[in-house]
Write a protein that binds this ligand. Sequence first.
Ligand code: SF4
Length: 671
Amino acid sequence: MLEHLLETEVNKRPSTVRLQGRILFLTEDPDLIRRQLQGEDLEWDPSIPLRDDISTDEITPGWVCYHFDEKLGEYPYVGLMCGEELPIGRNDVKNGGFVCSVSGKRRGKGSSREASPYAERSAGIRVVIGENIERIYGENCANIGVLTSTDFSLIEKIKNGEEIPLESFIGDAGQIERDIIEYGGLLEYAVARLKGLVTVPEIVADLERSETIAEKIMARHWLKDGSGADIGVPRIKPGDTGFLRTDLRFSHEYVTPMASTFWQDFAGEADLNDTDSILFFRDHLAFLDEVITEDRKAAGLLDAAHALHDRQREFATAKGVRLHGELPDRTGSDGICHIMIQDRYALPGQVIIGSDSHTPHVGALGCLAFGVGTSAVVNAWATKDVRLEVPESIRIEVNGDLQPGVTAKDLMVEILRHPSVKSGEAIGRIIEYTGSTIAVLTIDERVTLTNMAAEVGGFTGIIAPDEKTVLWISEMRGIPVDEIWDLCEGLKSDPDAHYAATIEIDASQLEPMVAEPGDPGNGVAISGLDEHINVDLVFVGSCTGAKRDDFDMYAEVARQAVAAGRRVPPSVAAFAQFGSIDVEAYCIERGYDKLLQEAGFQVLAPGCGACINAGPGVSSSPDQVTISSINRNFPGRSGPGKVYLASPLTCMASAIAGSITAYRSDKDNWA
Ligand code: SF4
């Protein structure tokens, strides 16, 4: 299979970098950006407010990712919101001759799409500088040869066309990261590794060291050397670099096509390694035809989106990979990848990688699951392993009883506005949720927390498996309880395991929350909102909000509303979308579909839909207000309107009231 790779020649890049081109400062002020696009070169001055929190949705909005080749270079930053404006248009970056792009904190947050750095590189950007850089985005940059740095002194050197040591972009990176940067990308590195040109660092195990659950799973899956013949080491610790053998690898139609192109360049017609543990999903764009605008259709974007689907299906067929695809008889898909992995595949103690930032979803089952970019997917198709620098862990300890009407989503919004999280302390770290509150949450509610570890910026989220986990998996899949307990053996953190920080939350103090538009970190208690906020749209669904327990909550509020003679008012358009065909069957069996329709909801077959601006429930104008149980509300994510994130109960109560309203189980909501 890998002969093609062994014949490929790879060389290290030169030890210095000299760039010829301009610097683009991504500023909060749209006029400053326009002036740069018109040819003005700004002098760097730290008082210039740079844009923080630039998400990959802003670098390459969902519709841009319908392209999966060099054409992406026409679009970087077309979704970048500066003030209330989108100052960067198609081809502006490419035509501007920029080689370096500079922004503030948390550059590249959000989705794991490698399309973002790929679009930047295709437009000419060679260096990205930010105050800090999100893990997946940073890795994706390195994997395709885009250099990153947090050192703002490089700006002057780049501007002057000075020769800069490559070392300046390597800093204290581990050996593997260093080799990847030196070889110019992950796939080049993979070839060097297979040829024995680089060595994977040996682990020096401290047998006295106490471990977290995540560290135990990593040690069990650690490759002893670059050959991958032996798996498992006694101990690993934060900062160790190496490779993990994966149990499951999956990707969806946004990523598989680009990955298939990379694969053909990388491995020719070779088969993928162990196709039984690879899955493809058609989930993101199954409903796109229903909402795409005429403008975008005229620009060929619907055809481009269909090409993504076709390419994935053809590649799945050619390589013999299982594809959870479209429904044969109606619009929709088998399900959202994360919910299907949760319900059908993931097991405690596994290492699972997916082409999506919400892959930590199944960390609630005691897996180590994390999102990776396209190059890492391709590498894993060949080697079954994934590169890793062991992150530190953070413990979020939640104790106390949640008040009636307060859910895991409210807890998560509270976590996201915690000062430690807001300051970026959790970025790139493993978030382990513990405490008495977590112990009593259902599996689906725990999943809401691990799913949204992505919004924290964490490497992943994890919860140690317990009796609830074992019984849930057994009931869902018919696996004998004893077999699942065997998998859970040793899967808990040692009492004196080391954490970089512990965040303590008193659950009893929590109230129903919303995250105000723009960022999931904009949390505020509903009781603290200083105005009455009417809603135009309600969308309940997504990997965060379309599990069985979420629908139990939607249905319960709908039942109460219908019994009280209430339904969604005519001023509000309300949509409920199932997370998978399994969730749909569960709901139909209980009559939830009819109940929701009676309450005024349009009920949709499974898919990601409005969550990614590609299905019924998206906004169509900036003044529209949406309340939704999805996980992120970055600008433009679900249309041009304003999205409030909220719990399943709050979304339903707000749908019926027509305005943002907390659900109260202890009083008559509909009086
Ligand atoms: S439902 Fe939304 S957040 Fe979840 S995988 Fe789909 S697009 Fe991503």
